[in-house]
Design a protein around this ligand. Structure first.
Ligand SMILES: Nc1ncnc2c1ncn2[C@@H]1O[C@H](COP(=O)(O)OP(=O)(O)O)[C@@H](O)[C@H]1O
Ligand SMILES: [Mg+2]
Length: 414
């Protein structure tokens, strides 16, 4: 049986937001401080409940992570991702529930935590290493590796206050990664570093998992999650919206951004269409790389099959199929003309040699026109098409483009 690395049970975190303070003029705050110099300015008066607003940043969260798993944590801003990582890293206590970690932990949460501007890079490495429980001898042995990975050889004796935020992140990641943690927590900080360094960090995190270690990381780069993780946790409003296999969770998360995906009942559509001239009521993808009729897990030949129920004879119709991204960009389309139908049920099939799209959620639209070009039926197909192949493009989502094509690279001197 797999060994557990992180166990989270009924975890909740309550923050108090102080309304009163936000409304106060700076002048009032200063007067307040002068009157009561010992009271903390930014602490709400314990008895002043009128000014307090409760905010549950996490609500009753439970999950388990096994050793050797790389788990992505995704969700919109304010979902509670950083709060979760801070509780796991023991930076803030939970209000209810508990989190247990089995193994030596290191974390990269906010830039700057544990770093001192006046100290040099080298001094910070020793300071941080000590904080994370490393012996000085161990650190001396590791220093060169840490500095080399961070590519900061030239700056290692420069005070940290002269580093750019990207340089600071490089140092922070390198220190945390070289402590040989059994569990590594990484918040979004990596987005600060340049793309080459990001790739290096992703590679390092992947290596961790191969060595049986556990990584929990927060990112907005969804294909990074697809590339690196097998498991994913989606947080929404402080709750677990979904946890499970990465393709399923990331696709559901992406689909949630689109207002197009309505839970239309296909059989309902078929019944409603009994009396109409023609109605599309079902679609499916078929092929060796297809799962669950709508999920592409491999780039391989496939057939898109649409079911049409025809209620009355239709002559010289035309039909078209369109494929859109979840943000309505047209990816592909095709049309067939001069087709005739007698009443009955038909399947219309488009066979493609492959559909090498980047992993994401898409939707299909099928339309049937009569001989005058009027729409007989127009169906935005449900369920949506899920592409859950391994991403092979640029490792940064914003440059990966819309296609996912296997590509090899060769460099030669001529
Ligand atoms: N120290 C804090 N005091 C009060 N509210 C906080 C504090 N930290 C976070 N929050 C609130 O908790 C919620 C979750 O925040 P956070 O965990 O940072 O979300 P995420 O990292 O997913 O963007 C947000 O509504 C945020 O405003
Ligand atoms: Mg955050």
């Amino acid at each position: 049986m797999a060994e557990i690395a992180i166990r989270v049970e009924n975890l909740s975190k309550l923050y108090y937001l102080n309304y009163g303070l936000a409304r106060n003029m700076l002048r009032e705050v200063i007067v307040d401080v002068l009157k009561k110099p010992l009271k903390k300015v930014f602490q709400a008066d314990k008895n002043d409940f009128r000014n307090k607003k409760e905010l549950w940043a996490l609500k009753d969260i439970s999950f388990k992570i096994n050793k050797g798993e790389v788990v992505g944590v995704i969700g919109r801003n304010g979902a509670g991702k950083s709060t979760l990582l801070k509780i796991l890293a023991r930076i803030t206590p939970p209000t209810k529930g508990y989190a247990r970690l089995y193994g030596r932990l290191s974390s990269i949460l906010e830039i700057g935590t544990g770093f001192h501007g006046e100290l040099t890079g080298r001094e910070n490495v020793f300071f941080n290493g000590a904080l994370l429980g490393m012996k000085r001898r161990e650190l001396i042995k590791k220093l060169d590796e840490i500095v080399a990975f961070a590519e900061l050889e030239k700056f290692i004796d420069t005070p940290l206050k002269h580093y750019s935020s990207g340089m600071a992140v490089r140092l922070a990641f390198s220190v945390a990664a070289h402590l040989e943690p059994e569990i590594l927590l990484v918040d979004e900080v990596l987005s600060v570093g340049d793309s080459v360094f990001q790739q290096k960090c992703l590679g390092k995190m992947g290596d961790f998992a191969k060595g049986g270690r556990t990584v929990l990381f927060v990112t907005h780069q969804l294909n990074q999650v697809r590339r690196l993780c097998e498991k994913c946790i989606w947080l929404a409003n402080g709750m677990i919206q979904r946890v499970g296999s990465v393709s399923e969770v990331v696709s559901a998360y992406e689909a949630s951004f689109s207002s197009f995906f309505t839970e239309e009942d296909p059989t309902g559509r078929a019944l409603a269409g009994a009396s109409s001239a023609a109605v599309f009521f079902k679609w499916e993808a078929i092929g060796s790389g297809v799962e669950n009729y709508n999920t592409l897990t491999e780039i391989s030949p496939l057939t898109l099959r649409f079911w049409l129920k025809v209620g009355q004879p239709l002559k010289h119709c035309s039909t078209s199929v369109l494929l859109f991204t979840s943000d309505n960009q047209l990816v592909w389309g095709n049309a067939i003309s001069k087709v005739s139908f007698e009443p009955g049920v038909y399947t219309l099939e488009y066979s493609l040699s492959s559909l090498p799209l980047r992993p994401s959620t898409y939707y299909l639209q099928v339309v049937l026109f009569d001989e005058n070009g009027s729409v007989v039926d127009n169906w935005q197909c449900y369920p949506h098409l899920v592409v859950a192949t391994k991403p092979m493009g640029h490792f940064r989502d914003e440059y990966a483009g819309i296609l996912n094509i296997p590509c090899s690279f060769l460099i030669k001197t001529k």
